[in-house]
Write a protein that binds this ligand. Sequence first.
Ligand SMILES: [Zn+2]
Length: 310
Amino acid sequence: MKIDFVEIKTKIYKKKAIVISIITILFIILFSLLGIKAAEAYNKKLITAKIQNEYQNIELPNVQQNIIEENVNNIQEKEETTENVSINQIPVYSENAKKKMKEIYISDQKIAYLTFDDGPSQTVTPQILDLLKKENIKATFFVLGSRVKVNPDIVKREYEEGHYIANHGYTHEYSKIYKSVDNVISEYNKTEKEIRKAINVDEYESHLFRFPGGSNGGIYAKLKSKAKKELNKKNISFIDWNALTNDAAGANTKKKLIKNLKSTVKNKNSVVILMHDASNKILTYETLPDVIKYLREQGYSFDNFYTIMK
Ligand SMILES: [Zn+2]
């Protein structure tokens, strides 16, 4: 039998060719599949990046934006509330506080107590509060009961932002409040009641009164001195001031207010500064940044009466 080598060789080549072809096809399929997968993954990446980029750049539709803002506000509000709880205090007129009040002007350190009388008013008080917040200063507001009654929200804000709410009587009419000692006490009580209502804290008692027009001198000097004794019996302290901008009368320019401040603060470590936040005291608010700046430059730190009344 004659072996046809050529034929056998051809057959072997053909088989080899088929196997190689199959393997090649399989490889092609495999690589194609891998290629598609890779392309898909790449595409996915591209799309994600594009979406992220779009979210960063485009404004979200209003509704969505509002929801996000609301959530952010809620979180902030919650944080503020937590903060407020720790700031809000109930004054305590302890024996130690009595002693400290008597010695308030004796101090090794430079301390400034900013005090605002005759408010709250819608035109001036919120501006002052904004500024105090910005400067991180806690002050004291000697409020009038009659004003608290019409602007309770502002007093609530004062309290919630850590300021001391003290008592300046109800009417601020000398002929009424200084008619008798009873009237002084009754105006004090009436104002305390309005403060409690405004801040919604039943146990709040300021224990701190500022006589309208000051606690000394004038035609009501005798009555005032009797009233002081009565206040003392009732565990109520009183405080005047030892520095002022004279924003109540006379000074009608920033320059004059600052000049008065400088001359009355001079050589004093502990200063209780009298200012006003009645509705017409725009200039007081406008000058306050300079007042704060000057006191800081002189090395004063700020405090309110919570430091004492505890
Ligand atoms: Zn006053």
